[in-house]
Each structure stands twice: as structure tokens, then as C-alpha cells.
Write a protein that binds this ligand. Structure first.
Ligand code: TYM
Length: 334
């Protein structure tokens, strides 16, 4: 984080189980590439995770694992700030201030809230409802310019922009209004079993979702079972959701264009194509898996990294919290 001129990137991921191929392709893979050009801040969003019921011991374990996975995916704690959200109390503090600049109506329109409350009808807690405010705080605390996310987070980002603008209008300029940074290819990886739905950890069918720590055989088996269509031609076209999804995944992990892929599989059946995608994904993820295993055997190093990350994040965020407190009229006592 040497120069001040570089733009600031912030993003986060929830530590609910291991990352999916969707998380990787839509977000984390790009976070890695952005490290050279930008000042990057990446966090494990453990505070977000408790909006649905969690087993505390499991959450603790998943959070450390998610942090290790972040580093295994190429996030370099020497180049970027990588930390765990709950380690920086500023996230909780700014959340309250921003809640008071967020409208009930705009939160009611969040599609993820509607979907999650349908999924957990016995626990529609206030945190689930106000979660996008916590996320707005994550972004605004660091005066972020760009937020690299998959398409499913776009609405939350719109809200963060609205909240920032509203606060700035009411109290005077403070927050930078962030822009989304959504990849052209892979912004929404679909379930292998229902290619009209997003690939997600909560997929009812375990074959729909690839986890980046799945072993090679599991990955290939899941791709072999992927739902396609009856045309039996590998080409990217409307109505071919399953094949389009597989082509997107294959394109991202091999760097080949859709045109190259169509040529490569000209005259071949879906069986060959699905096997090739499975193998390419498994090979692409192999270094991530082995680096993850290595890091999980070095908990002291992980702790050192997330402690340093929290201190760096805390220093930046505290400045914003202090300014926000002053702007809204809280009395300074230091
Ligand atoms: P989360 O943990 O659900 O997902 C992490 C990132 O992965 C992307 N993603 C996908 N991209 C493409 N295809 C998919 N199938 C797919 N599934 C997930 C998400 O878009 C996201 O970028 N609220 C956030 C975490 C968060 C955050 C933040 C993000 C907390 N604070 C501040 C940005 C900025 C979440 O639940 O992401």
C-alpha cells in the first residue's frame, strides 16, 4: 500500500463453508489480479455470516479456513490488506450511523433479503434485514473506489451508493461513492443442476455446486452430471443455459475464447466436453488446494497475517468513523 494515487478496491466474502466455483470465478480470481494495479482491501465477512444461524465453533473454524483460502487463491498479505471483519470494531460503529441514513423502504426491496427470509422463515432477524447497511459500511469505511463482486451483489452496491450520497448531502462530503466492478465473463456462474439458478452453497442438490476444495474425482463426477440440452452441439446461444455456463467456466479456467471452444469441440459430443471442463477446472484449482493445505498447517502464520491486516484496516477505518461521528454531531472526548 505504498502510493496514495492508486485507486482503492474493497471486497468481502462470507465464511460459510469453503468457497464455491462461483465465488472464485465471479470474485476472488479477480481480486488476485487487481492487487498489482490497486490498493486492495479484502475481508472475510464473519459479521455477515451470523445473519443466518451458525454453529459458533464451526463459524470460528470456517473463518480461519476462509482466510487461508483467500491467501491460497493468491491474495498476498504483503501487497493487500487481508483481514477478518469482526477484528475491526469500526464496522459495527459505522453501521449504526449509516442505518440512520438508510430507509426501511429501500431495505425492503432487497431481493436477497426476500430470498433468504423465504429460506429461513423461522429466523427473519433484524440483522438479515439490515445486512446491506453493514455491507455499505464495509465499503464506505475505506473510501473505496471500486468493489469487485459478482452480479448478485449489484443491488447491495447500489444501496451503498445511495446511502453514501444521502449522508454526504445531509452532513457534508465524507464518503466516496463506490463503483461496482463486475467481470464481463463469469459474473454469474450457474448451478450445474439448474442452469437457470445461481451456483450457491445453499443449492439443494449437492451436484449443482463445485467447491474449490473438492478433489479431482468429485469435480469431474459433478461436471459429468451437469444438466445440458438435447441439441448435442457445443455452441454459445440463447436457451442453452447449461452449455453456456460450462463454456463460461471453461473459458475462464483455460483462457480460450468461446469461438476457440466451439472449434475445439466441433463434431464432439457433450460427454467429451463435460469431461474436458471437469479436468480443466480440477487442474486449475489443484495449486489452490495444495497451498490451502500448506497454510492450514501453519496457523501461527495465518494469525500473524490476519492480526496485521486488522491493524492496518483499523487505522484506515478509524479515520472515517471519527469524521462521521463529528459530522453527525457526537461530542469528541479525546
Ligand atoms: P458472498 O460471500 O455470497 O459471495 C462472495 C462473492 O462471490 C460472488 N459470487 C458469485 N459470482 C458469480 N457466480 C456465482 N454463482 C456467485 N456466487 C457468489 C458474489 O457476488 C461475491 O462477490 N455480502 C457479500 C460479502 C460482502 C461484501 C462486502 C462484498 C460483505 N461485505 C463488501 C463486497 C463489498 C456476500 O455475501 O458475498
Amino acid at each position: 500500500m505504498e502510493t496514495q494515487e492508486k485507486k482503492i478496491i474493497l471486497s468481502g466474502i462470507q465464511p460459510t463453508g469453503t468457497f464455491t466455483l462461483g465465488n472464485y470465478i465471479g470474485a476472488v480470481r479477480n481480486w488476485n489480479k487487481l492487487q498489482e494495479e490497486f490498493n486492495c482491501i479484502y475481508m472475510i465477512a464473519d459479521m455477515h455470516a451470523i445473519t443466518v444461524r451458525q454453529d459458533p465453533a464451526k463459524l470460528r473454524q470456517n473463518t480461519v479456513q476462509a482466510y487461508a483460502l483467500l491467501l491460497a487463491c493468491g491474495i498476498d498479505p504483503e501487497k493487500s490488506i487481508a483481514f477478518i471483519q469482526s477484528h475491526n470494531k469500526c464496522h459495527a460503529e459505522i453501521n449504526w450511523v449509516l442505518s440512520c441514513s438508510t430507509q426501511f423502504g429501500e431495505l425492503s426491496r432487497m431481493t436477497q433479503f426476500k430470498a433468504k427470509s423465504e429460506k429461513h422463515p423461522d429466523d427473519i432477524n433484524a440483522g438479515l434485514f439490515t445486512y446491506p447497511v453493514l455491507m455499505a459500511g464495509d465499503i464506505l469505511l475505506y473510501q473505496s473506489d471500486l468493489v469487485p463482486v459478482g452480479v448478485d451483489q449489484k443491488q447491495h452496491l447500489e444501496l451503498a451508493r445511495n446511502v453514501a450520497q444521502r449522508f454526504n448531502q445531509r452532513y457534508g462530503e465524507l464518503f466516496k461513492v463506490p463503483e461496482p466492478y463486475i467481470p464481463e465473463v463469469g459474473a454469474k456462474v450457474m448451478s450445474l443442476q439448474d442452469p437457470t439458478a445461481k451456483m450457491s452453497k445453499s443449492d439443494d442438490n449437492p451436484n449443482g455446486c463445485i467447491y474449490i476444495l473438492d478433489d479431482k474425482d468429485t469435480i469431474i463426477r459433478k461436471f459429468k452430471k451437469a444438466v445440458t440440452d438435447s441439441e448435442a452441439v457445443v455452441r454459445y446461444a440463447e436457451g442453452k443455459d447449461g452449455i453456456n455456463n460450462l463454456m463460461t467456466i471453461y473459458s475462464v479456467v483455460t483462457g480460450k475464447s468461446f469461438e476457440d471452444i466451439e472449434k475445439e469441440f466441433d463434431g464432439k459430443g457433450y460427454g467429451d466436453f463435460k469431461l474436458a471442463v471437469g479436468e480443466a477446472v480440477a487442474d486449475h484449482l489443484e495449486p489452490v488446494r495444495s497451498e490451502f493445505d500448506r497454510l492450514m498447517n501453519d496457523k501461527a502464520y495465518l494469525k500473524e497475517c490476519y492480526t496485521k491486516g486488522a491493524e492496518m484496516a483499523g487505522r484506515i477505518a478509524q479515520k472515517t468513523v471519527s469524521k462521521a461521528y463529528r459530522k453527525v454531531g457526537f461530542v469528541d472526548f479525546r
